[in-house]
Structures are given as structure tokens and as C-alpha cells.
Design a protein around this ligand. Sequence first.
Ligand SMILES: Cc1ncc(C[n+]2csc(CCOP(=O)(O)OP(=O)(O)O)c2C)c(N)n1
Length: 640
Amino acid sequence: MNASLKESSSPYRPSMAYKLLETIDDPARLRGLDRAQLKLLAAELRAFLIESVSKTGGHLSSNLGTVELTIALHYVFNTPEDRVVWDVGHQTYSHKILTGRREDMGRLRMHDGISGFPRRSESIYDTFGTAHSSTSISAALGMAIAAKRTGEDRHTVAVIGDGAMSAGMAFEGMNNAGVMDANLLVILNDNDMSISPAVGGMNRYLARLVSGRVYVAARRAAERMVSRIPRLREFIRRFEMHAKGMILPSTLFEQFGFNYIGPIDGHDLDALIPTLTNVRKLKGPQFLHIVTRKGQGYKLAEADPVLYHGVSRFEPAAGIGGLKRGKTTFTEVFGEWLCDMARLDERLIGITPAMREGSGLVKFAEQYPERYFDTGIAEQHAVTFAAGLACEGLKPVVAIYSTFLQRAYDQFIHDVQIQNLPVLFALDRAGLVGADGATHHGAFDLSYVSCVPNITVMVPADENECRQMLYTGFTLNSPAAVRYPRGSGPGVAVEKEMRALPIGKAQLRREGRDVAILAFGTLVKAALEAGEELDATVVNMRFLKPLDHQLVAEIARSHSLLVTVEDNVVRGGAGSAVAESLAAQDIVARILHLGLPDQFVDHGDQAQLLAQVGLDREGILMAIRARLAEMPHEVSMRAA
Ligand SMILES: Cc1ncc(C[n+]2csc(CCOP(=O)(O)OP(=O)(O)O)c2C)c(N)n1
């Protein structure tokens, strides 16, 4: 870290005037500012970010770290003609503000408001939709090659964090790009942090590169000395190319075929702007390594960037208060269970692909450091790593968000399921997650997990069932998944005692007549409320796989209408499994499938989104009543 990064940042200044910022509605205006004005703009932008995010919630630390980089990129490059692709995209608030969306920040991540990530449909400046990490280099390379093919003289830039750089996909892109003659600039935004501290050999390597900046500083001093003597400058340049190889081994990125530049201070516009201006003139694959600090300029976030990575509303002067004790979340139920289970079985290994906090492994990591593995943002590796552990008799638990397991689908099938290895998948954030939106909803797991042979798939209706299902899955000698939503459930007390549930057995929750609701997961609660109103039978299905075929058959025979309820897409989901079961048993039944639609659901408040897709009490009631009204008279009379 260089001197300017070490300096203490300015304290938070509430309600700063945004006089300059308010004049910038697109980057063209920004390009007319002088250096001093750009610095003032950075200060205003930073203050605006703190104030705005404190009112809406969202990603904070990462955005405070990219203020100067965003200004410099839009200043030096001719956006949107030149393409800037942001990796993950959680750090693009400054980009949004400077590209005409300043006033929209008040509805960030809210229903009908702007997204917390770049979206092509939102702005011409959002060149590529992101939110899952490590896609930027590949996407930018595609754009650069496209420009080459069409003969367009534009630049393409990928901005990727050191956390995102740990993923295999980033290296697949580098590997490909380095041997192509494309005008691609990759900017590594190195803040030595993922959400939690960055892990792995790549991280250590970057730290070594940054500490090697003494060499860079010496080079700069020499350059300044000789800059006025062109021939000497040329001699030094040639010598330096040679000396670089002698003094420093060439960087990994150079080995890939990139021209490595840096590291430079990513908060120093006086370094960023001239460097980018020079790099812009270079042809072929360029790699610029910048060093930034997560949370820069807001002392509380600098001190605890993990806490301020993703925030709810807070008071900027006071910061995020102590832990508010709300209802227990499913993530917490998982975290407690993991520690309890680890105490009972020393074969247990806990694995997270870079989501220690989000997946509830903080306590486990503290209590069982030897059995805790953060693989970095490497879902594919995490799953195959678990498979390897299981081969040797250990009992891995992969804690992973439903949406991120999508990344490791082949590993899930090829490495775990085909070999029938006892890996337990704790699938968090299943169903609709809320503010993160379509990229993060766990809308597909019931379909994509349950269609694979060998796995047992459980869907808890409440907190206690979640614990018991995790235990049940752990005791099996085959793969299992427990999928649970973001946030809290109905508030059922969690029993300390762990009991294995009977495999493939559903639970009859309410006996009614004519209509039977077969509900999966936490939607059992809304199903019960609707069931009360209709005097319907309600079943908590518990297992998607194996399905309780017998109960499904009995219910179908004794009711006029079956209603399946799930927070997964209807297509290929739990309702489909019920219909397939009936077909296999040669039972003809009227079925209404309620679940997520065959379209991507946007961001917004979680409960509001559930209501929007008709999966709350009212939605379920309305859909059933509408179906009853369409049914032949004598049947619906019985059911009404
Ligand atoms: C495939 C995937 N896995 C996990 C995540 C969750 N995630 C969002 S941001 C982040 C950390 C990214 O770190 P880095 O790229 O260094 O950016 P920084 O926040 O430090 O600026 C993670 C793990 C994700 N977005 N995508």
C-alpha cells in the first residue's frame, strides 16, 4: 500500500452540496472538467454515495473503492462508444450516477427502480449485464473481437476485482485473450478483499506484486529525471524492458500474453488519468493493476469493509448499529446446525465459495478453522473439492447460494451425483431473494437439482424442519440437498435435538375436502392460510425427491382439484414432479400448478415480489377460485 492509501481519509460530511455532481448528466460533460474539478467531483460523488446508499441499502464498501476509477474511465475513454464491462457490477453506483441515473439512485434495487447491477436494458452505458462474478474478461474479449471484425476503432475495458479474479472463468478469458490480437484492457481492481478477506495463492501473488512497487516507484523517479532528453529516455525504456526481466520475474499476466502495467494507486486521479491515457494508445491485450481500498473515504467502512459490503438503511453519522435481533433466519439455523453437527462428527468439513458471511459460516470458521474451507469465488472447484473429500470418507457440506450452484452444474452431476458421493448441499437463497433481482433469485434449483439421479432433495417448511433435514441429509450415504430461502421463516422454535426424518414422506397438515394443496417449502404457511379459507387439504411435501408417490396418489383420488405450490419455476419444478408421479401411476387428476412464471422476476421487496407472482395467501386463493370457476359445474360445486 502506498503513502496516499495509508493516509487517513476525510471524515463523513453529512448533507454536502452536490453542486458539481448535479451538472453531470452524462460523461461528455465530465470530459470538460479540469483535474481540480475532477477531484472535487470525486469528493461529491463519494459523499453522495454514502448518503444515497444509507437511505436505500445496497453495496457500499466496493462502491466507495471505485469512485476515482469510474471518473477516470469515463474521462479517458469515449463511453459508451468505448465499452467498459464491470465484473460482478456491484461496484457500479458511481458509473450509474455519472451516466444519467443520479436521481434514480433513490429507488435503487426497489420495485420499478433501477437495478443494483449493470443491465443492458437500463442504459446504453451498461454494456453487459452482470451480477455473478468473473464474466467480464470473456464478455469484453467478445466485444473487442467483434469490433475488430467490423473494423470499428473502439476500446474495450474489463474491470475486475481481485476476488473475482480468483475464479477459473477469469483465467479462461485471460488464457484466450492473451493470444489474440484484440485491443482489450483488463483493469484489476485490487483491494485485497473479496466480500470477506480474499483467499488463495492468487491473492498472495498479488500481495507480492503490490509490495514490489518499490521497484515501480524507483522507475518513475528515473523516468522523471530523463523525460526531457528523448534519446536518453528511449535508451532507458529499452534498458528498462530488459532490466524488468532481470530484476523482477515477469508477471503471471505477462506470461498469459498481456502487457502488465502497475501497480498504481487507484484513488489518485493524477496517476490514473495519465496512465489510462497512455494505455489507451497501446495495441493488443493490456493489463493494468490498480490498488484501492474498500470503503475508501468513509471511516467506518474502511475499518470494517465486510460489514459495509452490503448494507440495509443506516444513519451515516452513527454507522450500522449493533445486531438487531429479529427472527432467526434460515442461514442462522444452518450455521448453528453446522457447528452442532461438527461437534458430533469430526468427519464434517464445511465449504463455502467466498460467502462466509452470507452463508452463515462465520461461527463455524472460528470454531473449526481446520475444517473450514473458503475456496474463493470458485463454485466449480468447491463442488469437486467436496467430491474428493467424500471419496476419502469425509463428510463435506457445501454451503452455496442456489443461484451460484448454477455455476457448478457439471461438477454437481459429473463429480458428485454420478459417483453417488455423500456431499450435502445447503442451498441458501432459494426462491425469490428480493433486492438483488433476477440474477440472484434461486428460481431454478428444484428443477435442475431434482432431475439428476441419486440426490435426495428436501424443502423445509420452517426453521426446525430445516435443521432436521440438514441432519437427515448428513446421515445419508449419498448426495443430498436442503434448499431454504433468504431471511426468516414462520418462526417455529428450533429443537436442539436432531432427528432424521423418514425419507420421502410428506406431512399432512390439514384435512379438508375437494381441494388439496401440495406445498413445498416455506410456502406451506401461505398454503395453510388459503386452505383454511377454502377448507382445503394442505400437505407439507417436505421431499421433492423421493416424492411421496403414495400420498400424492391417495390425495388425487380423494380430491377434485390438486394445487401444487412452489417458489421455483413451474416448468420442470416440483409441480411437474407431482404431475409425472400421477401419470406414472396412471391417475388422471385436475392439477393447478402455482410457482414462478416462465420469465425472469425483477428486483424488489421479497414479500412484494411473492405477492406479484401470486404466491402469497391472496394469490393462491385467487388462482384456486379462478380454476374452480372454470371447472365443470358438478365438480366445482362439490369443491366450492
Ligand atoms: C459466481 C459468484 N459467486 C459469488 C458471488 C458473490 N459475490 C459478490 S461480490 C463478491 C466479492 C467480489 O470481490 P471483488 O471482485 O474483489 O470485488 P470487491 O467487492 O472487493 O470490490 C462475491 C463473492 C458472485 N457475485 N458471483
